[in-house]
Design a protein around this ligand. Structure first.
Ligand SMILES: Nc1ncnc2c1ncn2[C@@H]1O[C@H](COP(=O)(O)OP(=O)(O)O)[C@@H](O)[C@H]1O
Ligand SMILES: [Mg+2]
Length: 182
């Protein structure tokens, strides 16, 4: 086997968190709500957070995108995303990650879509704002490919429609691709 430049370790975790705590100045008497939480997510792995209502599932998931909420105080012994120490990330770093490495699909996925823009515009924005592609034709092709990939029939027609014109599965699927435009 040959070794070429920088090797990608396919088994390396995408997310590794140790000793995460999350609190809010005005909540729980100032004490953390999430205490000493550990989490590792490997490539292709699906991890579910299970717990009673109010136990901190949402703020934990959101903290992985640095979106724990206004006034959140987050600390961790270790917090790495793709091997980089996320504790030192600035807002620009987080914005680059959201919509590429990370995404957030809310329970009501339809609210993630702008009612005044077409599905195609929504998906294309992610591709262009992250400069994944810059050529307009290539962005359009990738948009249609992406819609097809998540199982939307007739992507070319669907791309011209608005969220309210989609029903059932397509809307959450599009929101999934749009993720969090943060
Ligand atoms: N922005 C915030 N300011 C103060 N407290 C908050 C904020 N967001 C969430 N909380 C509190 O954090 C706790 C955990 O919330 P959450 O993560 O939404 O719970 P879960 O998703 O497990 O139901 C709740 O008690 C909630 O009231
Ligand atoms: Mg929740």
């Amino acid at each position: 086997m040959s070794s070429v430049g920088s090797q990608i370790d396919l088994a390396a975790p995408i997310v590794e968190v140790q000793g995460l705590s999350i609190g809010f100045a005005g909540a729980n008497g100032g004490k953390p709500i999430v205490v000493d939480f550990d989490l590792t997510i490997g490539p292709g792995e699906c991890v579910a957070l299970v717990g009673e209502s109010g136990s901190g599932k949402s703020i934990t998931a959101r903290s992985l995108l640095n979106l724990a909420g206004d006034g959140a105080k987050t600390a961790a012994h270790r917090f790495e995303i793709k091997g980089r120490d996320a504790r030192s990330f600035g807002e620009a770093d987080w914005r680059k990650l959201r919509g590429t490495v990370t995404g957030l699909v809310m329970q009501d996925a339809l609210v993630s879509l702008d009612p005044l823009r077409t599905i195609g515009q929504e998906v294309a924005e992610v591709i262009s704002s992250h400069r994944i592609l810059t050529d307009a034709g290539a962005i359009r092709d990738r948009t249609l490919q992406t819609l097809g990939k998540v199982g939307i029939p007739n992507p070319a027609d669907r791309a011209l429609q608005y969220a309210h014109q989609l029903s059932g599965r397509p809307a959450p699927a599009c929101a999934d691709r749009v993720g969090d435009r943060g």
